[in-house]
Design a protein around this ligand. Structure first.
Ligand code: NI
Length: 166
């Protein structure tokens, strides 16, 4: 399966708003496979969003199971995801395959309820918290043309150069 090139900041295409998936067919499954292969080819990313590959449809993959202290629903392929409830807020460090040279402190909701479709078009619903909720909020932002950089309160205080992506 091909590993595709990831768009990186400040590429304007990362600002594009993605459209809902309408067809749940073999072509969608192939593109999801490419998205997953590209996520796994990188340095341990917990998530990826379709527009990071220049595919402007509302598909994200999140898997925080490797984070030992985080609650997790495992490996999730989420089509047309929507957050329907938000609760609390918390500051935490985020990185992004499209912003390889930096990490940043970002405020996110602590708990969310998420609705989405699976790759066959069947409805899914999850209550999420902590790092998994954060990862979903980060990836969902990509679908609306937003990066974590846009959510920093202060670039001077909340943005950090990273020496190596790990
Ligand atoms: Ni990202």
């Amino acid at each position: 399966m091909p590993v595709l090139q990831i768009l990186t900041y400040p590429d304007d295409r990362l600002r594009q708003v993605s459209t809902p998936v309408l067809e749940f067919d073999d072509a969608l499954e192939r593109r999801i496979d490419d998205l997953e292969d590209t996520r796994l080819s990188g340095p341990g990313a917990v998530g990826i969003a379709a527009p990071q590959l220049g595919w402007f449809e509302r598909v994200i993959i999140v898997d925080v199971a490797g984070r030992k202290k985080s609650s997790s629903h495992g490996h999730l392929v989420l089509v047309n995801p929507e957050i329907t409830e938000w609760d609390g807020f918390t500051m935490g460090r985020e990185g992004c395959l499209s912003v390889p040279d930096y990490t940043g402190n970002v405020v996110r909701a602590e708990r969310i309820h998420l609705q989405a479709l699976d790759p066959q078009g069947q409805p899914l619903g999850f209550d999420m918290e902590g790092f998994e909720a954060r990862a979903v909020q980060h990836e969902l932002d990509h679908l609306d043309g937003l990066l974590f950089l846009d959510r920093l309160v202060s670039r001077r205080q909340d943005l950090f150069a990273r020496k190596s992506y790990k």
